[in-house]
Design a protein around this ligand. Structure first.
Ligand code: 3PG
Length: 213
């Protein structure tokens, strides 16, 4: 296994859930990340869907001890490089066009590329990937689809994301080919707006204790 793959596996296997964070207000990034880490969730994905995304990643990378900050919704090589330059420890995308795979190969920062089909997973396996994001998990076939992939593709592990909840996460975590799940439920916009970090920590703690069911 390459150093990059090993680093990614270590980051993703530290807790059962990776919070997916879309932050509008840069000022909430650090307290939000601290609240999540305090609840036991250390791998955090901040999406680049907002103008504040890159600044949030830089702030968390510099100020939040114990966080492994990742950049999500990375769509092109320019964004990949920007994420790496501001301290992202991993990069996540909804898909894996060749230009992004090339950017990942040229970067020291590990890549968690998104797939939704067996063919896409096989293409990335050929390129050396063994850990993939399954996205959008629920609409793309959910638990049954992932379970079906484990027979022909036993060497590939997935982080399903998209439609995962506190309720359905344990069934995903029970699959042999699931390393962790991603989800936004631990950081609902209303709590970010009100700055209720204790409640975020309590949601994170509940998520960090999830086990397979
Ligand atoms: C997303 O698309 O924002 C992520 O996959 C998280 O999805 P979720 O909001 O359904 O958890």
């Amino acid at each position: 296994m390459s150093d990059k793959s090993e680093a990614l596996r270590r980051i993703l296997s530290a807790a059962p859930v990776v919070p997916v964070l879309t932050i509008e207000d840069r000022a909430v990034a650090v307290p939000l990340a601290r609240a999540l880490v305090a609840g036991g969730l250390t791998a955090l994905e901040v999406t680049l869907r907002t103008a504040a995304g890159i600044d949030c990643i830089r702030a968390i990378a510099g100020e939040v001890e114990g966080a492994n900050i990742g950049a999500g919704t990375v769509l092109d090589a320019r964004q990949y490089e920007a994420a790496a330059a501001c301290g992202a420890k991993f990069v996540v995308s909804p898909g894996a066009p060749p230009s992004l795979v090339a950017a990942a190969a040229a970067s020291p920062v590990p890549f968690l590329p998104g797939v939704a089909t067996a063919g896409e997973a096989m293409t990335l396996a050929e390129a050396g990937y063994r850990v993939l994001k399954f996205f959008p998990a629920e609409p793309a076939g959910g638990i049954d689809y992932l379970r079906a992939l484990s027979a022909p593709l036993p060497a590939i592990s997935f982080c399903p994301t998209g439609g995962i909840t506190l309720k359905n996460a344990p069934a995903y975590l029970a699959l042999a080919n699931v390393i962790c799940v991603g989800g936004s439920w631990v950081a609902p916009p209303a709590l970010l707006a009100s700055g209720d970090w204790e409640k975020v920590t309590s949601l994170a703690r509940e998520a960090s204790r999830l086990t397979a069911a």
